[in-house]
Design a protein around this ligand. Sequence first.
Ligand code: SF4
Ligand code: SF4
Length: 271
Amino acid sequence: MKTLMLDVEKCIGCRNCQLACKDEHVGNDWLPIASSQSEGQFWMWIDQSERGKQPKVHIDWLAVTCQQCEDAPCMAACQSNAIYRRPDGIILIDPKKCSGDQDCIAACPYGVIYFNPESNIAQKCTLCAHLLDRGWKEPRCVTACPTEALTFVDEEQVQALDGRKEYLKPEENTRPRMVYLGLPKPFLAGEVFSPTEDLCLEGVIVRATPVGGGESLTVQTNNYGDFSVKGLTSAAYNVSFEKEGYYPKQISSLKIGEALNIGEVKLYKKA
Ligand code: SF4
Ligand code: SF4
């Protein structure tokens, strides 16, 4: 059984995947798998979000579509038995059986089922099952992705990811099959300079250690003295700054939130 996987760091927000989905499904009936998608729907949607404050802002793009849940609440909610799982694991809504009562739309915690007012049915991503059945190796969205951020992976590839694999809304207990790598996490940013030399400091080692212990994350400042420590998972960090020839500095118990810009950090040159 294959599934979609998004590597968030590789996504550039070009929306080619979104457009490919529209191209494949708007105005095209692929019965019995799906009927034509309504123009206002996005079975594949790139959700853009900004975190942090200028000038230290991270923009994330998240491909959101049907997560192909193992415990799919949409299936349980459908009283017409219109939602079914194929032997290859793909969950589909039968356009002929759907009564249009929209119970599945209310039940899906990911908001990825859409109501088509023209055909009076609920619709969602089909993983281009009509193409897979004709020998395609992947859905149109994957083929259209220029950075290989979106891929179509098998069970073995998923297993090999070990602790790196993540899922959207795990608290919903739907056991989604779509896999994400590098989901957006809190970050700490700032810039380091030497006031006595009036110089941005490159190559400063910035080390963030969780208050109370845990694995440290380390980055170096760039040639503008800027740094960004990504992937923070604890609420507060002790942060140290070190560069040969300069007095080291430590800032204790920084509360991160979703993003924290600590601004300028001064390091003084040793005499
Ligand atoms: S993401 Fe929503 S539509 Fe897709 S299987 Fe899960 S509950 Fe159903
Ligand atoms: S096509 Fe690929 S890079 Fe472009 S928005 Fe979609 S997932 Fe991101």
